[in-house]
Design a protein around this ligand. Structure first.
Ligand code: SAM
Length: 345
């Protein structure tokens, strides 16, 4: 990191008011962009526009089928999931976005207890607030209390409330958490849950390289390149040109009998040598030809587990499997975890 970047980051921390026209919560983006391995945090891709575009793609794509797979499992088993917690219970959804699949769980819970509170947790503040208001209109008796922030802050916020929790983490979004952080994150979640709480995860089990290269192909360019660069330009007064960056897909396969899942790695790479300016920070960044911007802190953009790896991760995190459902092709699963010692598998 050059001295200018380090000065910006120091000034914006430790409670000192930053003289730059950039909110403190965007400092991790500055840190990522100016670090030797250039990256943006995954959540930064999801501003309101990015969230809307993402919802459109995941629901309509012919090649990216996670939404459909998970939706069909939840359609069949939403009542089973809702029955895993005793009432009254609170529903919490990590990375909730439009809550489009979560609606099935909301409906199942409404049937059981009428009134309840739903806490969508997501960094896309404006988006979850808008979607939350729509949910309240659609489901009289539902109270939506959006938590705009990072996953673990949302978990701690919800854990502090009274009542049983049904905690969801859908869309295989765990796969976007750095491989090096996943175990620690699940252990921390486990520590925040009580015996009667349940944690339901949607997990992608598809490791077919060809299918993945289709699923993570050019359809994502409008979000992962064009909207990202437009957001960077807006937030930091930048002059980045999306056409000067190429969108790349890679699939990294790990041994099927090891604990580390395989993963998709997405990135942008600079089409040539270029210097970009971030006016609001008084900073420029030089890119070499081929130099990457990654979309995550760790090596993975989206993990792809096999069943053995998933069960081992659950066990090492202090969870027991309460129930597990897969789609017809066994390429996707929804797993209901109980704090270990409560349930048997
Ligand atoms: C792939 S979308 C999944 C949306 C939805 N759960 C589904 O299954 O369709 C991931 C969501 O997580 C949010 N997100 C990503 N990283 C986050 C983080 N570290 N903390 C909170 N939200 C995050 C994004 O804003 C985005 O809305």
């Amino acid at each position: 990191m050059d001295s200018r970047a380090s000065e910006i980051l120091t000034t914006g921390s430790n409670g000192v008011t930053s003289p730059y026209d950039v909110p403190d919560e965007l400092m991790p983006v500055v840190a990522g962009l100016t670090s030797p391995r250039r990256h943006v945090p995954l959540w930064y891709l999801y501003d309101t526009r990015g969230s809307e575009m993402c919802e459109e793609i995941i629901r309509t794509s012919k090649s990216y089928k996670l939404w459909q797979h998970e939706y069909s499992i939840l359609q069949t088993h939403a009542d089973d999931i809702a029955s895993k917690v005793s009432f009254p219970a609170i529903l919490v959804d990590l990375g909730s976005a439009a809550s489009s699949k979560t609606r099935l769980i909301i409906e199942a819970m409404m049937k059981r207890q009428g009134n309840f509170t739903f806490v969508p947790v997501d960094t896309a503040k404006e988006f979850i607030e808008t979607c939350g208001r729509q949910l309240e209109r659609d489901y009289p008796g539902l109270t939506v209390e959006p938590f705009a922030g990072l996953y673990m802050d949302g978990v701690r916020h919800s854990a502090a409330r009274n009542g049983t929790k049904l905690l969801l983490f859908l869309g295989s979004s765990l796969g976007g958490v750095s491989i090096h952080e996943q175990l620690k994150m699940l252990q921390e979640i486990r520590a925040q849950l009580r015996d009667q709480d349940r944690f339901v995860l949607g997990i992608d089990l598809n490791t077919d390289r060809e299918a993945l290269s289709q699923a993570y192909g050019d359809q994502w360019i409008p979000i992962w390149r064009d909207n990202l660069i437009s957001r960077l330009n807006k937030d930091f007064g930048g002059n980045m040109n999306p056409d000067m960056f190429k969108f790349n897909f890679q699939f990294v396969e790990n041994p099927a009998d090891g604990d580390t899942p395989s993963y998709v790695q997405l990135s942008l790479s600079s089409s040539g040598k270029q210097r970009v300016h971030l006016e609001k920070l008084g900073l420029h960044i030089d890119f070499r030809e081929g130099e990457s911007i990654n979309f995550y802190e760790g090596p993975n953009t989206s993990c792809k587990w096999n069943m053995k790896q998933l069960l081992r991760l659950a066990e090492r995190s202090g969870f027991a499997v309460d129930a597990l459902w897969t789609n017809d092709e066994d390429s996707y699963c929804v797993i209901c975890l109980a704090p270990a010692g409560v349930s048997e598998f």
